[in-house]
Design a binder for this molecule. Structure first.
Ligand code: PLP
Length: 425
């Protein structure tokens, strides 16, 4: 049985018995906007960003928000207005950044499977850098750039082979992963890239995983990347920037990941010691900027006590919050309005027809039918992974800024869902 712990965030907390986001009690929001409902705190996103910005004071650094964590337009707009660039993984994400007012030259394009069409689109837009993940991709990008009479700015994603000590599905910097170029082949690959006329080598990058809660993997990866920088530059290939990826974890259930500014003080000390402290630096944080800025409000539909288990059936499901089903991930689930009295232990599950459709196991809650619950840490990899499974429309999203509430996504209607479908003539 797990007792509730409110992930440390000054902007989402109880005032008396009422869970409140910035100046707004959550209970009224679902009544007005329906349930399930995602609600984000702008102040929370900006304070997470500020920790990175403090870490980089006096440096040439660009923070590229890894937007797959949450790609809703208004979220991108908040980060664009705060001076961020963007880390994208598809042409769809490129178009979202531009639609939200982001600048093409601040975009870096990651991912192991970029298509020729996506490369052309990104070259036309004038993005800042392609993070190339294989030798075959280098050749294709070279061809595409030459066919347009352009040179593609490239950085090669190296796989430093360090263990980020996180869930295997979100660990990306080990030898057995599909990501990046093996450490041992990096120099050869750079030499090959430098010889291709359609490419311009501009940097190096790595990204070792996600939800990393220790500093050692970062420090080890930094050493390895700097060894490579030294070897590549000794071979006469200049690297204008060093991109250190994202992956910093958040507090879902009492984890204590390093603070962004403290971690960067240590990483910068390493860079300084080896003479790279004044390089252009880039990072690609996603989860750590938005994860704890969001909650998902859900209503209790039915209580179904049983001999072995008590089920609390809520109106949010795996199509809204896929992380528990996908990664056995833990999200705190807390009452929107606390009740006095004793708790019972519940399996919190959604209405979808799959036994994998659960949101929380063995949660101590004092609930009644019709109550609202808040699934915490729901700002990252929730709405951006949401689906229409069981023909469920995706939830609405709100952005709270002080006492102001902005609807940033309307609830998806059935008309939205079937818009592209056709009956047979
Ligand atoms: C997903 C991803 C990120 C962001 O990871 P977080 O754990 O959300 O910080 C950064 N860079 C690349 C290449 C990614 O694929």
């Amino acid at each position: 049985m797990t007792t509730a712990h409110l992930p440390g965030h000054p902007h989402i907390d109880y005032r008396g018995d009422a869970l409140t986001i910035e100046e707004v009690p959550l209970s009224g929001l679902a009544r007005e906007h329906g349930s399930p409902l995602f609600v984000y705190s702008k102040a929370s996103m900006l304070s997470a960003l500020a920790a990175y910005q403090r870490g980089f004071v006096g440096r040439q650094a660009r923070i590229c928000y890894a937007m797959k964590a949450n790609s809703s337009l208004a979220i991108l707009q908040v980060f664009a207005q705060a001076g961020c660039g963007f880390d994208i993984v598809s042409a769809g994400e490129l178009e979202r950044v531009l639609a939200a007012g982001g600048q093409a030259e601040t975009i870096i394009f990651s991912g192991v499977g970029k298509t020729r069409a996506e490369m052309r689109q990104a070259l036309h837009a004038g993005i800042g850098c392609f993070n190339v993940e294989s030798e075959a991709e280098l050749d294709v990008l070279n061809e595409v750039a030459l066919s347009l009479g352009l040179r593609a700015p490239v950085s090669i994603r190296v796989n430093p082979n360090v263990d980020p000590k996180t869930h295997p599905y979100i660990s990306t910097g080990l030898k057995g992963n599909k990501f990046g170029i093996a450490h041992e082949r990096t120099l050869l690959t750079y030499q090959r890239a430098a010889a291709l006329k359609g490419l311009k080598v501009v940097g190096i990058d790595c990204h070792i995983g996600s939800q990393i809660t220790e500093e050692t993997p970062y420090l080890d990866a930094m050493d390895r990347v700097l060894d490579l920088v030294q070897a590549i530059e000794a071979a006469g290939i200049a690297l204008h920037h060093i991109d250190f990826g994202g992956g910093l974890g958040i507090d879902y259930n009492g984890e204590t990941p390093p603070a962004a500014d403290g971690l960067w003080a240590k990483l910068l000390a390493k860079l300084d010691a080896r003479g790279y402290g004044q390089r252009q630096l880039m990072i690609e944080p996603g989860r750590s900027l938005v994860g704890n800025a969001g909650v998902c409000i859900t209503e209790v539909l039915y209580l179904k006590p049983g001999e072995q288990k008590n089920f609390c059936i809520v109106d949010a499901a795996m199509n809204d919050l896929p992380r528990p089903a996908m990664y056995q991930a833990f999200h705190q689930i807390v009452p929107v309005n606390k009740r006095s009295g004793s708790t019972e232990v519940w399996e919190v599950v959604g209405p979808v027809c799959e036994s994998g459709d659960w949101l929380g196991h063995e949660r101590a809650l004092n609930v009644q039918t019709g109550d609202q619950l808040a699934v915490l840490s729901a700002g990252a990899y929730c709405m951006s992974m949401a689906s229409n499974y069981n023909s469920r429309g995706r939830a609405a999203e709100l952005l709270v800024d002080g006492a102001k509430v902005h609807v940033i996504r309307q609830r998806e209607s059935l008309a939205d869902q079937i818009h592209n479908e056709r009956l047979v003539g």
